[in-house]
Design a protein around this ligand. Structure first.
Ligand code: ADP
Ligand code: MG
Length: 674
């Protein structure tokens, strides 16, 4: 598509400004949609204009602009205009450009806000046009997200030219799909998304682009999933052996765990590689599901690998799996940064000495060659970069892939995020788990909260304290980890307090975490770095300082660190803020321990902007679709995707080709892999 430089009015300087916004081509400019509109269609007589209203007025200049300098940097430009019904004063502040524009007797169109001051009506800082050049008054006018260095008017003018220049845009949503789902044609949509004739047309145009955006994303993911399903591999012939392993477990599996295991085993039997997401709240027991898979892989003569985001977590998995496979011949390797004699280990892995390799991203190092890798597991997927996961998938000959995550996202959005994967959900916690008793308290309760921690430590338990910051911040009165750490050490000199934060080196963090695990530390003060899946069952209290600073999803994840044993666990959220919103959020945490419910509430309370701003959920950024409020259109896009993938509507090969080309180009690879 043509460069924006081909547009009149785009010189090198404007081109640069636009490029900064990611706009290089005319097409990209066209897809730079307004964030809102100004309805400039409401004309009225001066007499009828009411205080506070935005109106258009057609009037005659009575006296040209007068300049009144009030003080430095504050000059008022004003004139009086009239129509048949009355007169009004028009004012501009510091806008010297209006000087000399108007002559007595000129007819002018204005749009602006009315102010009534006593008997005098005023129109402040209005936009104006001469009737013979009427353009942006009397219409619905777009408001674009960008304002710096470019005025709305400039942008709107560029947009008009771009629409003209693009001429007849090529339609690539197949006619049958458009008819079935009530989607308007692209040129009509483009005109009306920027310059709607009326709000009905706008709705129709918006629906089209939201549909388009979601459809392209869904198609790209669905297509990728198809490609995944074509990746052939040797099936596992025996999956019955899973039962043998399950019998050895010290507990009965939940129904959800059983279901997930069945789904995984069914995938194992296929001659195409599994690509499955195991989604389950913290503590839902994902690890043992992976263990069953690893056992089955082993029985079928295949190696397995499991990648964890931190060394300490890898170490914990190593210990759990050693326990799981105690009575078998399964050999487990722990491969992390601190592994000694790596060369020997690489050799042993390559020779098949090891059946299971557990580690950090060291397991995807170029130096590691697997022997007959059949099953690859990524734990806590949201902590890994896109390429790391892809690399794990590339090891061996199309291994079966299982991705485990504890990040709950509202169900409606799963398809957007995980449309290229099959999904198993653990929607059930193991029996007998006591919910973490959760309290939201004010600062006045801090002393008591810590006294409670102290008492519990004396009873042999451990506790976490989480703070939003490491060091003091000048602006805000926030609790920081270092202060709390020092404070606790001084107040409770007979217990051991540890400190951990994101600025520490990985080795240092691991050392602290290990000390906590070994009960050398009673109270661990930390930033949110403890969020990821470490299991310290002996810790039963979590104190969260300035809890209002954290998203609900993070609070839930943090709380999941406690309540991992039979002992009653407590989460005390100390909030420094009393706003209604904050209260509602704290209430949600106190009421529920269901990660899905909490993330849905999070969405409702904070609004989509914030929600996706945090990027906690890894959702792709959308140009126009609002993943929260556009669920209806999302459903249509899902149905249309099915139609297209299943060939259940009449679509010509050319149409299909065009559509898929668009899907590839529109969606960056990083989104698809996400
Ligand atoms: P997560 O899904 O957060 O990774 P884990 O796999 O670490 O959860 O399991 C949390 C705890 O629950 C572990 O201590 C594990 O032994 C235990 N567990 C898992 N499944 C069951 C079950 N079916 N019954 C009882 N305890 C279980
Ligand atoms: Mg886990």
């Amino acid at each position: 598509m043509e460069s924006i430089k081909t547009l009149n009015g785009v010189g090198p300087q404007r081109a640069k400004i636009l490029e900064k916004k990611g706009i290089k081509t005319v097409e990209e400019l066209l897809y730079y949609f307004p964030r809102g509109y100004e309805d400039r269609t409401n004309f009225c007589d001066i007499r009828d204009a009411k205080d506070g209203e935005y109106v258009c007025i057609s009037a005659t200049v009575y006296s040209p602009v007068r300049e009144t300098r009030i003080r430095k940097n504050f000059t008022i430009y004003q004139m009086t205009v009239f129509d048949d019904s009355g007169q009004i004063r028009v004012l501009w502040y510091n806008n010297r450009f209006v000087k000399g524009v108007f002559k007595t007797g000129d007819n002018v169109l204005f749009y602006g806000k009315i102010a009534v001051k006593g008997h005098q009506k005023e129109l402040e800082n209005p936009v104006y046009e001469m009737p013979q050049k009427q353009h942006f008054i009397g219409k619905i006018v777009p408001i674009y997200p960008l304002s710096a260095n470019l005025t709305q008017k400039t942008l709107a003018t560029l947009m008009e030219e771009a629409i003209k220049k693009a001429g007849n845009l090529e339609e690539y949503i197949p006619t049958a799909i458009r008819q079935k789902y009530g989607i308007c044609e692209i040129n009509f949509a483009m005109q009306n998304i920027h310059f709607p004739d009326n709000f009905l047309n706008y709705e129709s145009a918006r629906k089209r682009f939201v549909f388009e955006e979601l459809l392209l994303l869904r198609l790209a993911l669905a297509n990728r999933r198809n490609a995944n399903q074509k990746a052939t591999r040797t099936p596992f012939s025996d999956t019955e052996c899973a039962k043998e392993f399950i019998k050895t477990l010290p507990y009965t599996l939940t129904n959800a765990q059983k279901r997930a295991i069945e789904e995984i085993c069914a995938d194992f039997k296929k001659d195409t590689a599994m690509n499955r997401l195991l989604e389950g709240d913290v503590g839902s027991g994902k690890t043992v599901v992976a263990a069953v898979g690893i056992f089955v892989a082993y029985k079928n003569g295949f190696q397995s690998v499991i990648m964890a985001p931190t060394e300490i977590l890898a170490f914990q998995h190593f210990e759990s799996f050693s326990q799981f496979f105690k009575g078998t011949d399964i050999k487990i390797a722990l491969l992390t940064r601190s592994t000694k004699n790596k060369t020997k280990m690489y050799e042993d892995i390559k020779n098949g000495e090891y059946d299971v390799i557990i580690g950090t991203n060291a397991v995807i190092s170029n130096k590691v060659e697997y022997k007959n890798l059949g099953f690859a597991v990524t734990d806590e997927q949201h902590r890994f970069g896109v390429s790391q996961r892809a690399n794990l998938a590339e090891k061996g000959e199309n291994p079966n892939i299982l991705i485990m995550t504890a990040t709950p996202i509202p169900r409606t959005l799963s398809l957007i995020l995980y449309g290229d994967l099959d999904i198993s959900v653990l929607d059930e916690l193991p029996k007998g788990r006591k919910p973490v008793l959760t309290y939201a308290v004010g600062k006045d309760m801090r002393k008591r909260a810590y006294a409670f921690v102290y008492k519990n430590v004396k009873l042999g338990m451990q506790a976490y304290v989480v703070c939003p910051l490491i060091e003091e911040s000048e602006k805000q009165d926030l609790k920081n980890a270092k202060d709390i750490f020092v404070g606790l050490k001084t107040a409770f000199s007979d217990i051991s307090v540890g400190l951990m934060h994101g600025k520490m080196k990985a080795e240092e963090k691991d050392a602290v975490m290990r000390d906590f695990l070994d009960r050398k530390i009673d109270v661990l003060v930390s930033t949110t770095v403890i969020e990821v899946g470490v299991n310290v069952p002996n810790s039963n209290i979590m104190i969260i300082e300035n809890a209002e600073r954290f998203g609900l999803a993070t609070l839930h994840q943090l709380r999941g660190r406690v309540g991992r044993s039979d002992t009653q666990a407590y989460c005390i959220m100390i909030s420094g803020e009393e706003s209604e919103l904050s209260k509602k959020r704290m209430k949600t945490m106190c009421e529920s321990s269901d990660g899905f419910y909490i993330s849905e509430q999070d969405l409702k309370l904070r609004g989509p902007g914030d929600f996706f701003g945090t990027r906690q959920h890894g959702l792709p950024e959308m140009k126009i679709a609002n993943l929260v409020s556009d669920t209806d259109i999302l459903k249509l896009a899902d149905l249309a995707t099915e139609d297209i993938m299943q060939n259940s509507v009449e679509i010509s090969p050319t149409e299909k080709k065009k559509l898929f080309e668009k899907a590839y180009n529109a969606i960056p690879e990083s989104v698809i892999l996400n």
